[in-house]
Design a protein around this ligand. Structure first.
Ligand code: PRP
Length: 172
């Protein structure tokens, strides 16, 4: 059993998510927005974020798998589940739990841009700048964290701990 240490408490997460939701509500005033969650990790963040946005919000999910995370390079990401609707003319926010090397978001950004949305922005609850390999930026970022292995609030360790309400560091 891993030893877990709270890095970002549920209260801080809720407060920051509400701030991001208010920012999005302001930025997209009078418009509809489609939140696209990247399975599986982003599901928890997306559901909380959606409820802090006071706009016409729709949700969709996309699935990807990445291979050899330690040595990722562009092109190693594969689509495992596609969106259910086309994106043309739609304001899209791609929602991720964590922006790590940037390989996944860069892949998805290119994939979705090719579908001609009205606009595309990125939202990530967490980012680890120390790990970035691809130059991709998110417009909405919850927290910048050090290069630690984190779980909870959607993030897993061997598919476990996604249901933890806090973001925790795994100490072996
Ligand atoms: C994690 C996370 C992002 C990606 C970020 O997904 O949810 O999708 O890695 O890493 P990157 O910036 O280095 O590409 P993971 O592959 O762990 O799948 P999961 O969301 O199902 O846990």
């Amino acid at each position: 059993m891993a030893n877990l240490e709270v890095l970002i408490s549920r209260n801080r997460i809720a407060q920051r998510v509400a701030e991001l939701g208010a920012e999005i509500t302001h930025d997209y005033a009078g418009q509809s927005v489609l939140l696209v969650g990247v399975l599986k990790g982003a599901a928890v963040f997306l559901c909380d974020l959606a409820r802090t946005i006071d706009l016409d919000v729709r949700m969709d999910f996309i699935g990807v798998s990445s291979y050899g995370k330690a040595s990722t390079s562009s092109g190693e990401v594969q689509l495992t589940k596609d969106l259910s609707e086309p994106l043309d003319g739609i304001h899209v926010i791609l929602v991720e739990d964590i922006l790590d090397t940037g390989v996944t978001l860069n892949f998805l950004k290119q994939l979705l841009m090719a579908r001609k949305p009205a606009s595309l922005k990125l939202a990530a609850l967490l980012e680890k700048p120390a790990r970035r390999k691809v130059d991709v930026q998110a417009e909405y970022i919850g927290f910048t964290i050090p290069d630690e292995f984190v779980v909870g609030y959607g993030l897993d360790y061997g598919e476990r701990y996604r249901n933890l309400p806090d973001v925790c560091v795994v100490r072996e």
